[in-house]
Design a protein around this ligand. Structure first.
Ligand code: PLP
Length: 369
């Protein structure tokens, strides 16, 4: 098997699998219980929060704030947006976002629009300096800015620390939410609210986190037993949290290696005819989107699958449905129909990419015959 669909999900690493099993075996207590098994679980959760916080901060001074665990980034995004915007009701305001957001942000913003907020969605294709364009769109009425750090379909990235710094300079009251699912452990981050997901970094599905900067107060969207400071009720899945902690500590992704692999793939693709590259220099190197003109994405996907090569035709979440995201990133409709997304992890090799290109070549020949 050659797995090149790591932006959809990653294989849980051995460290994660071991931590999940060990925790299920020996630290299965309810973190709210007052006995030792409960306090052991609580300690595991506190340690994991420290790990995520320091990983979010990267090499610079630690971000000042707290982590809550969620069921994944869909919940983190919903909690961040709905939880923060409760504070602004019933006074509508302006929201600045992008035309390339994941549905968990995009659909929540539609809800705000229905409630009377004005939502401005900028498309990267319309701006040379997209980070600057987002800053420019913020004014004294902007209650919220929500933007993804790295796009899941092409790897297009924004300069998040600059965005945060400049938005705060312009309007310190604007809440900045960053969907960092594809950027976590890959690009520098900052924000008032930052969403991440475990299964994109070799932890299991069903676990995510939301960073809340000190001074920000969001209202919970999940009501119940008051766990996690009342911000996210529900018994904490301590085993998944332990696995997330272990996966983040063991994370191996390395920009230099990804850049080498991307360059190798682009060289090999250049040997083929009718290829359009949709991931330029403004994209992270671990996501490479390209169009094989004349071969529809689904045909290519299934042909590659015959040889055990797994890629994506777009984001797994859109399940083959045409999303407007590639268009907003400047890809023509025709090229979007033939788009293939290769997304890498640290285990991928140049030989695997050679096998991919060889099979693409054979598929092109078969389809054109
Ligand atoms: N945001 C982005 C950018 C994503 O790529 C995804 C998943 O693909 C999500 C949010 C949702 O994450 P989860 O699957 O953890 O709910």
């Amino acid at each position: 098997m050659i797995y090149l669909d790591n932006a959809a999900t990653t294989k849980p690493c051995e460290e994660c699998r071991r931590a999940v099993c060990d925790t299920m075996e020996s630290a299965f207590g309810n973190a709210s219980s007052l006995h030792k098994l409960g306090t052991d679980s609580l300690q595991i959760i506190s340690r994991a929060k420290r790990t995520i916080l320091s990983a979010l901060s990267g090499a610079k001074t630690p971000l000042d704030g707290m982590i809550i665990f969620t069921s994944g980034a869909t919940e983190s995004n919903n909690t961040a947006l709905l939880g923060a915007m409760h504070r602004f009701r019933p006074h509508a305001g302006k929201i600045v976002s992008t035309a390339i957001e994941h549905p968990s942000v995009a659909k929540t913003l539609i809800r705000f629009e229905e409630d009377g907020f004005e939502v401005l969605r900028l498309a990267p294709k319309d701006f040379e300096d997209f980070t600057g364009a987002l800053v420019n769109a913020v004014d004294e009425n902007t209650a919220l800015l929500s933007a993804m750090a790295v796009n899941n379909e092409t790897g297009f990235k924004i300069d998040v620390p600059r965005l945060y710094r400049e938005v705060k300079r312009k309007n310190p009251k604007t809440i900045v939410h960053i969907d960092a699912v594809q950027g976590f452990l890959k690009v520098p981050l900052d924000g008032d609210l930052i969403s991440v997901s475990g299964h994109k970094v070799h932890a299991s599905k069903g676990i995510g986190a939301l960073f809340i900067k000190k001074g920000q107060n969001i209202l919970p969207i999940m009501l119940g037993g008051g766990q996690q400071g009342g911000l996210r009720s529900g018994t904490e899945p301590v085993e998944l949290i332990a696995g997330f902690d272990a996966a983040v500590k063991a994370y191996q992704g390395d920009t230099a290696k990804f850049a080498e692999l991307k360059a190798h793939l682009l060289d090999r693709l250049a040997e083929l005819e009718n290829i359009g590259i949709n991931s330029g220099a403004d994209c992270v190197p671990n996501i490479i989107n390209f169009s094989v003109r004349g071969v529809r994405s689904e045909i290519m996907l299934h042909s590659l699958e015959e040889d055990g090569i797994y890629v994506s035709s777009g984001s797994a979440c859109s399940k083959g449905k045409k999303s407007g995201v590639l268009g907003a990133l400047g890809v023509s409709d025709k090229d979007a129909d033939c788009a293939v997304r290769v997304s890498l992890c640290a285990d991928n090799t140049a030989e695997e990419l050679d096998a991919l290109c060889e099979k693409i070549k054979r598929t092109i020949e078969r389809v054109r015959r």
